[in-house]
Design a protein around this ligand. Sequence first.
Ligand SMILES: [Zn+2]
Length: 371
Amino acid sequence: MKNKPFDPVRAPIIKKLFEMYSTGDWSLNDLAHYANNQGLTTVPMRRRRTEEEMLAEEDEDVKIEKVERPMNNNLIHKIFTNRFYTGRIINSEGTYIRSASHKPLISDELFEKVRQELKKKKVSTRYTDKIELPFRALIRCDHCGRVYTPYIKKGIQYFGARCFRDCENTKRSFNLDFIEDKIGQLIQNLYFTKDELIEIDARCNTDISLLEEKRHNEFEKNDRQKRKLREELKYLRTNKLVLIKSGVYTPECYVEEENKLSSQILSLQTEEQISDQSMHEMVLEIVKLSELLENVYLYYQNANSEEKEKIIKIIFSELTLSGNILKYQCRNGFKPFQSRFLVVCEPTTWLSELLEYREEVVLVIKDLDLS
Ligand SMILES: [Zn+2]
């Protein structure tokens, strides 16, 4: 770690992470969520240069953008075991010594407390609460990211969040009916109304041809992008061992990076394969999905909680509560409904977005058809 003062934006968040973890109420997972909510990312890092870029280095024109990465359990764990935050640096013999130039961000006591917490495996303590109640681990606090945990009181299922002390969220608990209703409303607002369906039919036909023209121009750009991605992938594969040995990537990160590049290439390829004809099919699929959603909503109203949970997990990827407001993210296949206002204002943009989610739309149609 380089010897420089703490970043004024990152430092308070990191300090808070230490404090939160030392209470024993939070898991690494919770804190990764919290950190991401607070906008904490890794320090921007440049990826390795490709061979070509190295050769071209003399030109000094080749600048690789620095990339920040979101937090995960491993990264949080790394922070918690780094004595740098207690004002120490590693000397030439590889042992930690007090740094003359940077003040500690956290005390030795706090660091030690966190270390003790890390040692405890957090399986036993709260495992008993985690009995199989419906909607477990489904809803989080929108502000601090803590999960609402289900519990039973006098035969009624409630949910409670152990929010952080400073959390602004006033909604600390609610019952099962409350959340089932809220989510029902979300589903109801998701599918298209009759008016919207008429609008889609009318507007999309003309806009599809306009869009096709635009897309042709983008193909060239795609080609360049694909070439670049392939080079990066080649570099990664040729230097796999060196990259992992030197610690640039952990084996997991390496696999993640490799998958990311491959799937980016793949999505560029599929994008090109979509023809005029399939754009029409695409719109028909969305309309079909909308009808399915409407049926699912009717089914949801009479379903039991386990069935409701199944439906929710098919449609939503994220549900967070702030006061009485339930916020949501749809799984990718349903994203076209989330951006539905575009249908009327900017059908071309909406159609382009549809293309992005095409495969997922087909998948979720299958998922919904089964339930
Ligand atoms: Zn909270």
